[in-house]
Design a protein around this ligand. Structure first.
Ligand code: HEC
Length: 161
């Protein structure tokens, strides 16, 4: 007789607890698993969350709606990011996705060769993560941390390279 162990697939959605910042490297924050996350204190957002807000509203909001609220064309990322982890996010944005069905074709473009997006993937991720776990309200963050030297250096090498 065989005993079959069925692995438990954990599909626990992201939440404020999981997204809590536990380490910091020069103004960039990471959760307990080492994934990028946001830090919001007394209404002041970390630099990357602010930068992600700006990048999102220049490259994503036309389809995904302001503040990640969604549109008739593309899903509300402020909702779906609850169930999309860091690696999956990077893959979807780099490679794009296509959903053909029900007579309509909705296309998520691939941004893998768009520097205005791929140089800021972590920024976009932490901003949308903050929206999804309801840590960041709608709208432009009123206060932000200064841009760190390492953020400047990373940006210069990515945009210039
Ligand atoms: C031209 C319109 C368009 C633009 C611009 C766009 N997206 Fe999308 N995106 C879509 C569509 C449509 C889907 C759904 C595709 C599918 O169902 O497979 C999608 C899906 C996604 C998903 C998966 C969401 C889910 O619920 O599964 C993520 C994450 C995502 N987009 C991130 C981004 C980011 C970040 C940007 C900006 C850099 C962006 N998108 C810009 C149209 C767009």
């Amino acid at each position: 007789m065989f005993i079959v162990f069925t692995p438990t697939i954990t599909t626990a959605a992201d939440d404020k607890e999981k997204a809590a910042a536990v380490t910091e490297e020069d103004g960039k924050f990471f959760d307990a698993e080492g994934n990028p996350t946001f830090k919001i204190e007394n209404g002041t957002v970390d630099w990357y969350t602010f930068s992600g807000y700006r990048r999102y509203h220049s490259d994503c909001h036309v389809c995904h709606g302001p503040d990640g609220m969604g549109s008739s064309y593309a899903p509300a990322l402020a909702q779906s990011m609850k169930n999309i982890d860091y690696a999956t996010f990077l893959q979807i944005v780099a490679e794009g996705r296509k959903n053909v069905g029900g007579g309509k074709e909705n296309v998520m473009p691939a941004f893998g060769d768009n520097k205005n997006v791929y140089c800021y993937l972590d920024d976009l991720y932490v901003y949308l993560r903050a929206r999804a776990v309801e840590a960041a309200p709608r709208g432009r963050p009123p206060k932000k941390a200064d841009k760190s030297e390492s953020a400047k250096a990373q940006e210069a090498s990515c945009m210039g390279g």
